[in-house]
Design a binder for this molecule. Structure first.
Ligand code: CTP
Ligand code: MG
Length: 221
């Protein structure tokens, strides 16, 4: 079964607030993008990679892939306005031989072979998709705009979901056929009636959003 990975790196990184997109922020002495790219390249479960870069940043993204000797990278395309648009742009480059598509946020640099293996496993048991997640540990409250607590929400059965997310290729394509948007791919697959399983995630899959996150991930490296 051919497994294609789409690495979405086309976000602006507004909350990080640098003079360049988040994928090109310094993680240690390298651009952030190099880390997840190198890890997917080395992952034995991944056959091919599509890189989705911010519009106008395709060249520097390709350069990083070349420097890392990423022979699995088949295409590098510009992303879109919303994450779902970037995934759609990546999917257009995934060839028909793909049975499974793995979608991963470049903003989660520390992807591991183990988590890739965990999200792939349910697909051979008939699931349409699988996502890594961590059970929510904190107490959850809903509050109004002024901070007044309205209710305490049960955290029973609640997961904080990460990437990489794995899907049967055809299912992911169908879910992205329209113009729909969501914060993750699984939400679109769920809306299309797909069955998605949550598997054990990894705290190290922290999504780099702020300067502090960048320092945390860099310390873990
Ligand atoms: N992403 C993308 N295309 C977009 C928006 C996001 O490819 N139009 C990617 C980002 O590059 C990132 C992942 O989706 O790898 C998760 O998005 P997020 O962490 O929100 O990154 P940014 O959108 O870049 O950050 P911000 O929201 O702070 O601008
Ligand atoms: Mg964003």
């Amino acid at each position: 079964m051919a497994v294609w990975a789409i690495l979405v790196a086309a976000g602006r990184g507004e909350r990080l607030g640098l003079d360049r997109p988040k994928a090109f922020a310094n993680l240690g002495d390298e651009p952030l993008l190099a880390e997840p790219l190198r890890r997917l390249e080395a992952c034995p479960w991944v056959d091919a990679i599509v890189l989705v870069a911010p519009a106008g940043w395709e060249e520097p993204a390709i350069l990083i892939a070349e420097e890392e000797g990423c022979g699995k990278v088949r295409a590098c395309v510009a992303g879109g306005e919303r994450r779902s648009d970037s995934v759609r742009a990546g999917l257009a480059e995934v060839e028909d031989d793909a049975l499974v598509v793995l979608v991963h946020d470049a903003a989660r640099p520390l992807v591991s072979d183990e988590v890739v293996e965990r999200v792939l496993a349910p697909l051979s048991e008939g699931w349409d998709g699988a996502v890594p997640g961590l059970p929510v540990g904190d107490t959850l409250k809903r509050a109004g705009a002024d901070g007044s607590v309205l209710e305490t929400v049960s955290r029973d059965g609640l997961w904080a979901v990460q990437t990489p997310q794995a899907f049967v290729a055809e299912t992911l394509r169908r879910a992205h056929a329209g113009d729909a948007d969501a914060t993750d791919c699984a939400a679109l697959v769920e809306s299309a009636g797909g069955r998605v399983k949550v598997v054990e995630g990894d705290p190290r899959l922290l999504k780099v959003t702020t300067e502090d996150d960048l320092a945390t991930v860099s310390a873990w490296l």
